[in-house]
Write a protein that binds this ligand. Sequence first.
Ligand code: MLT
Ligand code: ZN
Length: 483
Amino acid sequence: MPFPAPSAALLGDLAGRLGPQGFTVDPADLAPWLTDWRRRVTGAAAALVSPASAEEAAFVVARAAAEGVAIVPQGGNSSMVGGATPAGPAEGRALLVSMRRMRAIRSVSPADNAVVAEAGVVLADLHEAVEAEGRRFPLSLAAKGNATVGGLVSTNAGGTQVLRFGPMRSLVLGLEAVLPDGSLLHGLAPLRKDNRGYDLKQLLIGGEGTLGLVTAATLRLVPAFETRSVGWIGLRSAEDALTLLRRLEDRLGEAVESFELVPAEGLALVLRHIPDTRAPLAESWTWNVLVEAVGSGDIGERLQNELMDAIEQGLAGDATIAASEAQADALWKLRESLSEAEARDGMAAKHDIAVPVADMPGFMTRASTAVTARFPGVRPIAFGHLGDGNVHFNVRAPEGGDDKAWFKAQAAAVSRFVHGLVTESGGTMSAEHGIGRFKRADFAALADPVRLAAMRAIKAALDPAGIMNPGALLPLAEDAPGQ
Ligand code: MLT
Ligand code: ZN
């Protein structure tokens, strides 16, 4: 699809309306935002445009739409799948629209249990702002210091608390967004029920910026908890981990908010590469689980009793419970640094897959056997959100070789193979990271054609010129099925 470069008149209008804070074509200003989070691709943009209000954002989109100029929206630039990098069909000719200047928390309403936050608010800042009002926003992930509200909405982000509260899709009460023609959709009312037909906000959530530019969101809040208890458990099998989860849920109910799986080799990577970390248990266990339970004062004691029971009955091997907030943070650091530790160790083909929860232990075994048989020497590693049926089933380069050369030559074939296995198991090749640019070709090849046709029809209806985030999510002509 040919996209024109923005005209001098368009660039002049944007510079005039947004001022020097909101508009630049200086390569030095653009450079930090052109490479994706995983440092896999570097794109190019005609200008970096940073609106400071919804009206300015609408002006930018309307003016771009009038010329058919492409827009790549960007928040914290922490996409794992190249979703916000201006690489692909409009490379060098797109406007990179950064939402980072829109960082106001417009309101926090404890009575509505809702917060209205602009697209550029960083997740960690959102957490802090609502805590000050005695509430919490129950979604967290390792990139919380970078990820922004607009990106979290647009990617339907998940993370480590989905078990109880669901992903962004279940936490967004309302949206304000600029549609691809530049019109501003006002929908921030904190309604719990709204039955006026199509739920447009749900199209924008997870739409990866292909149907519009989110400028603000009304997000659901939940009561603050009195205390949390964080435990680390050593286990012999992933089946045991799942049995333990269901048992803890039966006995502690909704108090169990996180249940994160870490394999022995994942913990070893963290201990090797991340400073100030130490093994939480005396022995190394094939699998580890980080569990967080929240509630009133006795939750720590209740969790401890359950874990002691599990050890006595042979379901768990060993366990420890953090005795302080500092220890709890140290346990979380072991889990949240895993991705970084893996990256420091070398290249891996990364996958973000889900299958029905009960099948996940079996899937991990089947997939590890199959991938090592097909690609001898590779090292599969699975970690993450077992309770959601979502793990990061990554495949590391063979030990000792040139991992960069391996990645270049093999990673795409490995990923197609793994995504094929997931699809055969009735699962999804993207559980929480989205499709972005990196998974687009596999999505095109493996998705149900009926699903793809319906998605294309929605895209054509709302963005007929295809200017919003071209190259992300939706297949391009070059992504021929079966490739
Ligand atoms: C995680 O669960 O740690 C994140 O989704 C990041 C990753 O997959 O590497
Ligand atoms: Zn994850």
